[in-house]
Design a binder for this molecule. Structure first.
Ligand code: FE
Length: 192
């Protein structure tokens, strides 16, 4: 039995945060990072169906979207060797690694590669148009990687961009989600 109460209280805390500080990106990043570190510190709550890898490519599963679309919580699942295209987000976002390890390659607004760094289990990475929004995320390890992401919008519905690595040409995309149902946070009859 997965401890969904952890996700439920994370979402409650995030909702309070969005109400109080939703317009203050820096504050949202700082406070949300603390909450996200707590959420990923204990890997006992993510239901299997939102942690399943696919040989066809990395998967993004919506775990929760705020009713006012002020934030969304998504699980990303990568098999070894899988990677994203070069892409942007257009809103703030946090990436917290819960299983395995990921590699983040950063790009400038002019599409110059500016560095790469590992994001290890328990660590949280940041993106936003203000602090650097374009990157590639990959799983260079040899086990499945799972990260929990929080964005300042319903990220699967945001019109954003991938970039051609050779020419830098942007291409509009809307990512959507791999799942059609979300975790049921509200059946409190089963208490772990
Ligand atoms: Fe990203």
């Amino acid at each position: 039995m997965k401890n969904l109460a952890r996700l439920r209280s994370f979402i409650q805390d995030m909702t309070r945060l969005a109400e109080r500080h939703g317009a203050d990106e820096q504050r949202m990043l700082d406070e949300c990072e603390k909450l996200l570190r707590g959420l990923i510190a204990q890997d006992d709550w993510l239901p299997e169906e939102f942690a399943g890898p696919s040989p066809e490519g990395y998967r993004q599963y919506l775990l929760h979207c705020d009713p006012m679309e002020r934030f969304s919580v998504v699980s990303f699942v990568w098999m070894p060797g899988q990677k994203t295209p070069i892409h942007d987000h257009t809103v703030w976002g946090l990436v917290g690694v819960m299983r395995g390890e990921e590699t983040c390659e950063e790009y400038s607004q002019e599409l110059k590669a500016t560095g790469r760094h590992p994001v290890r289990r328990g660590q949280v990475d940041r993106v936003s148009p203000r602090i650097g929004d374009i990157h590639v995320v990959s799983n260079d390890g040899n086990e499945v990687a799972v990260s929990i992401h929080v964005y300042g919008a319903n990220i699967g519905a945001v019109r954003r961009h991938t970039y051609d690595p050779a020419t830098g040409a942007p291409r509009a995309f809307v990512s959507g989600y791999a799942n059609t149902t979300v975790p049921n946070l509200w059946d409190r009859s089963a208490r772990p």
